[in-house]
Design a protein around this ligand. Structure first.
Ligand code: PEP
Ligand code: MG
Length: 551
């Protein structure tokens, strides 16, 4: 037997879901139903057409069953995909394309796969994440029908490993029905070489709360059966981890499990320090759907709704009603808890093609956040109208990103007043006492915080940007990432300065940057005087647990 020195191979990708897991890699093997010569042989057009109809009926029954099972196990949102599959299956154009291939002399199995291939390449080429994700759905449906036609059952296609073992699935990409049919009891996580964050694999990973990594690039099949660590938090997969890594992750995993169990009793409780100070623990979200997750993790409110994600998801600007519906849904989901909607923070790394922004030498310091919205008042007004309208349905606050100077705030307040007057004239309901706040994420805003505090109802510190501007260290650049870790002290002192200004003016201050979730800093942040901390939903209870241990 060869003795090979163990060397860890690391893959990186986009981490989805949460946490980490250690297990064996199990490569998902999909039968290549599309190219086999046997599938091409026709038994005559009439018979093949009849077989196609029968297979479609059977596939429909399977999808109904999958819908019910997923509805029971994962919920309506996740089950919806099988409804979409049913619709794709019922599509007349799709059926006719397959039938014309049958008339050209091909088998039903080949024809249905080829028809799907033609439609899905069109879908995949569309520059729209939602539609291109449907290409995978169409292939999935066709693969189901072709499988029935060629006598194969759709089955769990993972490679054989020890019966009782749990594993990390590795695949080029997983279709929704493949994901759902995997035996979840045995799955610790999954890695897909391709895949998009909008794919159903990603959606399910989040819903199931398991770690997943997408877009790692091709992985060699020789890794099948090898031990691996998947870490969704850092977006890394280690194959053949060394002992030190294993020891580190064993600790992380144990702590995570113990911690989660121990935290459940904190649900519904206040986040109060031993000294009796109450800190509000809110959640950061990027879409109205995530409000439910925030609530599930017992967030006391939404400290940051990154409203730009709605703009980034589509290829045209959302109109007032679309924005209003998304905000109203968030607000109603949160059942009276505060929802802070940040106005559009497009620019820097978040660009949308339809804004036609000029290329910038240094986009992080360019036309982003409030600078952009003040230069595109049509967009800004539309968004402010939608936010004001949503304020009639709950406790909404509006927050302006990337403020550098007081005149920007004065201008935003003026616009907001104009919008509110306009709505009043139109007889549209809104909450006139809606809080108005700003992000503190530029050194200038810190220095000017005394003046700014007199103009607003609250501050929320964006430490991700504040650190990059304070330390002159690009937050996207790996090479200087470590500088931000070493450079916490200047950032903390800046927060202290802003907190002093806020409290002297009688307003509250929170933090919605990632620093808020760093539990090693919680005591320091409390000492500084922050009133609210807003973190990703899964961090809400751990943070509450930390706060109650603080003085
Ligand atoms: C921040 O800068 O800390 C922040 C919360 O905003 P974003 O990460 O969206 O820039
Ligand atoms: Mg920011």
């Amino acid at each position: 037997m060869n003795t090979v020195t163990k060397r860890t191979v690391t893959f990186s990708g986009r981490g989805i879901g949460r946490g980490s897991a250690v297990g064996k890699l199990n490569f998902y093997r999909r039968a290549d139903r599309q190219a086999s010569a046997a599938m091409r042989r026709s038994r005559g057009a009439a018979e093949e057409t009849e077989q196609l109809r029968t297979a479609i009926r059977q596939a429909s029954d399977q999808l109904d069953e999958l819908y019910s099972r997923t509805l029971r196990d994962a919920g309506e949102e996740e089950a919806k995909i099988f409804e979409i599959h049913r619709m794709l299956l019922d599509d007349e154009d799709f059926f006719e394309t397959a039938q014309s291939l049958i008339l050209d002399g091909f088998s039903a199995a080949y024809s249905v796969s080829e028809a799907a291939e033609r439609y899905s390449s069109v879908l995949a080429s569309i520059d729209d994440e939602y539609l291109s994700a449907r290409a995978a759905d169409l292939r999935d449906v066709a693969s189901r029908v072709a499988g029935i036609l060629s006598g194969e059952q759709q089955k769990n296609g993972v490679g054989e490993l020890d019966g009782d073992e749990k594993y990390i699935i590795a695949a080029d990409d997983l279709t929704p029905s493949e994901t759902v049919q995997l035996d979840r009891e045995k799955i610790l996580g999954f890695v897909t070489f391709a895949g998009s964050p909008n794919s159903h694999t990603a959606i399910l990973a989040r819903a199931l709360g398991i770690p997943a990594l997408i877009g790692t690039g091709e992985m060699d099949g020789e890794y099948h059966g090898r031990q691996a660590i998947i870490d969704a938090d850092s977006g890394l997969l280690y194959v053949d981890p060394d002992d030190e890594l294993l020891a580190r992750y064993a600790k992380i995993e144990k702590a995570a499990k113990d911690g989660e169990r121990a935290l459940q009793h904190l649900r519904g409780k206040k986040s109060r320090t031993k000294g009796g100070r109450e800190i509000h623990v809110y959640a950061n979200i990027g879409s109205s759907d995530e409000a439910a997750t925030a609530l599930k993790h017992d967030a006391e409110g939404i400290g940051l709704l990154r409203s730009e994600f709605l703009y980034l998801k589509q290829d045209h600007c959302p109109d007032e009603n679309q924005l209003f519906t998304a905000y109203r849904d968030t607000v109603t989901t949160m059942k009276g808890r505060q929802v802070i909607i940040r106005t559009l923070d497009i620019g820097a790394d978040k660009k949308v093609a339809y804004f036609d922004q000029a290329d910038e030498e240094n986009p992080a310091m360019g036309l982003r956040g409030v600078r952009l919205t003040l230069s595109r008042r049509d967009l800004f007004r539309t968004q402010l109208r939608a936010i004001c309208r949503a304020s009639a349905y709950g406790k909404v606050s509006v927050m302006i990103p990337m403020v550098a100077l007081p005149d920007e705030v004065a201008e935003c307040r003026k616009l907001l007043r104009e919008v509110q007057n306009e709505l009043a004239r139109e007889g549209v309901k809104f909450d006139p006492s809606m809080q108005f706040g700003i992000m503190i994420e530029t050194p200038s805003a810190v220095i000017m915080s005394r003046e700014l505090a007199g103009m607003v109802d609250f501050f929320s510190v964006g430490t991700n940007d504040l650190a990059q501007y304070a330390l002159a260290a690009d937050r996207q650049n790996h090479a200087v990432a470590e500088l931000c870790d070493r450079g916490r002290e200047p950032v903390l002192r800046m927060i202290a300065l802003a907190a002093k200004s806020a409290h002297e003016a009688g307003i509250w201050i929170g933090i919605c940057g990632e620093l808020a979730a760093d539990l090693t800093l919680t005591q320091r942040l409390i000492d500084i005087g922050v009133d609210e901390l807003s973190v990703s939903p899964p961090y809400v209870l751990p943070l509450r647990g930390k706060i109650i241990e603080c003085n």
